[in-house]
Design a protein around this ligand. Structure first.
Ligand code: GLY
Length: 321
């Protein structure tokens, strides 16, 4: 009896799979592989991709390109959501979160780090020079200084003025699609087929002192599986942490979803589980081992940058709302 049921069930699997495919559940999967390729979040991803591309086009390693790419955004004082120039917390302190992961799953992370302009490079040192994955706060700073990083003031005049203005009401209200940029997440596939990714942010503007978002959390803000693909998240970190968003996207790609479809399913998971999702933005970006990429977000307005061969463009993600 059981055997008959199992046989019936397995006979139905190809039909169900083909029906789902024709409905577009898994997206279009063509067999061509596009590499090297780099994708990253928001308008500021274009400058980051350019730096990453220089490494990829010279046969460099994906993880190196990911670090080099996001360092551009970390150093840019005009970007108020990442690194130097990032808006401070409600106490006027700039606190940074970042992580990095290579094609083998090796990873490093720092959170609640102050005074160091390139948290992604400290995260890389955590990955390569310690037996740990994550260092936070004073411990992360102490480690960074031991590794030769410089202690700097990261609060720019523009960010200080924004904080002063915020203090007048001191109302904590996340701004959706703040100036078309937010966390930078960057995913790369190199010429040899290795994947890597990095993610870095100053977190939610005027957050509570000590708040850490999704960006330094492997599986939430970033996840790389060298056999499957990579994903990163941007937007309101609390929603991403609650659903372990980037790992979910990669897991969905492992199950056969295209990058675009995996991102959409992860956004739909947030909508199904978190009743206040309409008040926030979350965007996912994914890249698989074939160099196929895709994105999806809650609110319209999330952009992502793509660089591969002749391709160099900024695209607008589809959204749930
Ligand atoms: N996604 C950045 C943060 O919530 O901190």
């Amino acid at each position: 009896m059981l055997r008959r049921h199992l046989l019936k069930l397995s006979a139905g699997v190809p039909a169900v799979f083909s029906a789902l495919s024709s409905l577009g559940a898994f997206g279009r999967q063509d067999e061509t592989t596009r590499r090297p390729i780099v994708v990253s979040t928001w308008d500021h991803g274009q400058a980051a991709n350019e730096a990453a591309w220089k490494i990829l086009v010279n046969n460099g390693r994906a993880v190196d390109s990911a670090e080099a790419g996001v360092r551009v955004t970390e150093a840019d004082p005009s970007v108020s959501t990442v690194g130097f120039g990032g808006f401070p917390d409600r106490d006027g302190k700039v606190t940074l979160d970042a992580c990095i992961q290579d094609e083998t799953g090796n990873c490093g992370s720092v959170a609640f780090l102050q005074h160091v302009k390139h948290p992604v490079s400290v995260a890389r040192k955590v990955m390569e020079e310690t037996p740990h994955v994550m260092l936070v706060g004073e411990g992360a700073l102490q480690f960074a200084l031991e590794q030769g990083f410089k202690k700097e003031n990261l609060l720019t005049e523009k960010a200080r003025k924004a904080w002063d203005a915020w203090l007048e009401k001191a109302e904590y209200k996340p701004v959706i699609n703040i100036e078309n940029h937010d966390t930078i997440g960057l995913l790369a596939l190199d010429a040899q087929g290795r994947m890597g990714g990095a993610c870095t942010t100053s977190g939610a503007a005027f957050k509570m002192h000590g708040r850490v978002g999704d960006s330094p959390l492997i599986g939430a803000g970033l996840f790389v599986d060298g056999e499957v693909g990579a994903a990163c998240a941007t937007g309101m970190g609390e929603l991403v942490i609650k659903t372990v968003g980037s790992h979910l996207v990669v897991e969905l790609m492992y199950q056969g979803h295209s990058p675009r479809s995996a991102c959409e399913q992860a956004v739909r998971r947030i909508a199904a589980k978190l009743p206040d999702y309409k008040d926030f933005q979350v965007g996912f970006l994914a890249l698989n081992r074939k160099g196929q990429y895709g994105a999806f977000c809650i609110q319209p307005g999330f952009t992502y940058a793509v660089r591969s061969g002749e391709l160099n463009r900024l695209s607008r993600s589809d959204s749930l709302l």
